[in-house]
Ligand binder design. Structure first.
Ligand code: CIZ
Length: 310
């Protein structure tokens, strides 16, 4: 646990949270981009799909999702019988917001024969308009499952679309969306970081710009980055994704050194959740995230198709 979690007032807060969690028969999920003290109180930490799948498997009645809106929506799509709480309802995703449903609908109308793949970082409505969902961990696998002659419309991240097209050799039409946190990382940042740490391997997320990805030793999802760093004998790594990932990286690999590719890679939405808000959420059972049933059923199809393939 880090210093913040172990301060006396936070120790009391954590105690209260754990007691309310028991009372509510709840499970706490925390994305690896969450602040360290939130990751430390979670039953499960990981990427959005892994978390939702864990939540669907448990007998818990309530899911407290410490993440952003699309993640809580995904949990609700997979577990409609459970109460899904997002402790800060304003925790949105600017990338998901770059693909509003109406614009996505008209793009699909323009290319009715194209197969539609939407990244998990999209709204439930956009998922419901899609043939397949994907994560950064399985986007290449999903694209490879599509016949080569088909065109693929890929929402909403253009950098993940570019990475997926190169790896899968499929014709992918990208949507011009991007994650502002990953977009901040430039080639110059990488060159500086490599000068400071010449022995370090560079691990980046596929939401980074192609010119950044081109310099990487490994490109992968948050889960992929953690696995790569944990299994590789190298002792030093430069990390190109949101800073929250340093928490599990350092915890799992105390003998290794991790350096940020840029100190600016902080998603403000991910940092909106606090211990106080988690406690409030458990006490009041709010704010809840509910996906309307017609949209839920359609988006579940896209998610299930992905799960079958990967
Ligand atoms: O799917 C997720 O949780 C995100 C946002 C990134 C990743 O690579 O895990």
């Amino acid at each position: 646990m880090n210093n913040t979690t172990s301060s006396p007032s936070n120790k009391n807060l954590v105690k209260e949270i754990l007691s309310w969690k028991k009372k509510r028969e709840a499970v706490i999920l925390a994305h690896v981009y969450q602040p360290g003290e939130i990751q430390d109180i979670a039953d499960f930490t990981g990427d959005s799909l892994f978390l939702s799948q864990q939540a669907a498997k448990t007998k818990a009645k309530v899911i407290v999702f410490c993440g952003v809106q699309f993640m809580a929506e995904t949990a609700s799509i997979l577990s409609p019988e459970k109460i899904v709480l997002l402790p800060e309802i304003k925790a949105g995703c600017p990338l998901a917001d770059m693909a509003p449903a109406e614009k996505v609908k008209s793009k699909i109308k323009e290319l009715p024969k194209a197969v539609v793949i939407s990244y998990v970082n999209s709204s439930a409505v956009v998922k419901s308009l899609s043939d397949y969902c994907c994560t950064s961990a399985n986007a290449v696998q999903i694209a490879r499952s599509i016949p080569t002659e088909k065109e693929i419309l890929f929402f909403p991240d253009m950098n993940l679309a570019d990475f997926t097209a190169k790896k899968s050799k499929r014709k992918i039409i990208p949507w011009p969306g991007f994650c502002p946190t990953h977009y901040l990382l430039t080639r110059d940042d990488i060159i500086k970081a490599k000068e400071l740490h010449p022995q370090a391997l560079l691990l980046v997320h596929p939401e980074c710009r192609p010119e950044v990805c081109n310099l990487a030793d490994y490109i992968g999802s948050t889960r992929g980055i953690i696995k790569f760093a944990s299994n590789n004998p190298a002792k030093e790594y430069i990390i190109g994704t949101e800073m929250g990932i340093f928490h599990p990286l350092k915890k799992n690999n105390p003998d290794k050194d991790f350096f940020p590719a840029s100190e600016n890679m902080i998603c403000q939405n991910m940092k909106l959740i606090t211990l106080e808000k988690v406690l409030h959420s458990l006490k009041k059972l709010e704010p809840q995230v509910i996906v309307p049933e017609d949209i839920r059923k359609k988006s579940l199809k896209a998610l299930n198709r992905m799960i079958e393939i990967s």
